[in-house]
Ligand binder design. Structure first.
Ligand SMILES: [Zn+2]
Length: 163
């Protein structure tokens, strides 16, 4: 069996003014709005976490962090990601990210200026190189001004699956 797995994840949250905008493990400075969610609403980390779980057929983050559970209020999305990584480690053994590609759709603020720091932050969280983290930033051209959306694909190498 080939020791590679591909995963895809998607997430969206409603935007609300006066809330910090968390994206890709960092706060986007001077944003007019942020996402409302049970956790800190980081759609990129949520889509990434789902993509990682999907790569190994391990469900989705809603199973591990049900929105109905009040304990997960204001939960840092890094904790979600770390929990997912630990779960994959338990089930699959060693894994490494071959590469990850993410698309964020948001009308404002423009995210281009934060691409490099976001790549660096995500690479650190995933223990890979920033050059293995591709990020595209799109706008909805006014069609969806009130939410932020992320889609993520990951390719994972899991050598223990080869045997
Ligand atoms: Zn989410």
């Amino acid at each position: 069996m080939h020791p590679y797995r591909i995963g895809f994840g998607e997430d969206a949250h409603r935007l609300q003014s006066g809330v910090p905008l968390m994206l890709g493990g960092m706060e986007i400075p001077d944003s007019p709005h942020g996402s409302t969610a049970h956790s800190d609403g980081d759609v990129l980390l949520h889509a990434l976490s789902d993509a990682l779980l999907a790569a190994f057929g391990l469900g989705d983050i809603g199973q591990y962090f049900p929105p109905s559970n009040p304990n997960y209020e204001n939960l840092a999305s890094q904790v979600i990601l770390q929990t997912v990584q630990a779960r994959i480690g338990d089930q699959v053994g060693r894994t490494e990210v071959v590469n990850v590609a993410g698309v964020v759709t948001l009308d404002r603020p423009k995210l281009g200026p934060y691409r490099v720091s976001m790549q660096r932050t995500l690479a650190e969280l995933l223990e890979t190189e920033p050059s293995h983290v591709g990020l595209s930033f799109k706008t909805s051209e006014g069609l969806a001004t009130r939410h932020v959306q992320a889609r993520v694909t990951v390719l994972m190498h899991a050598p223990d699956l080869a045997s």
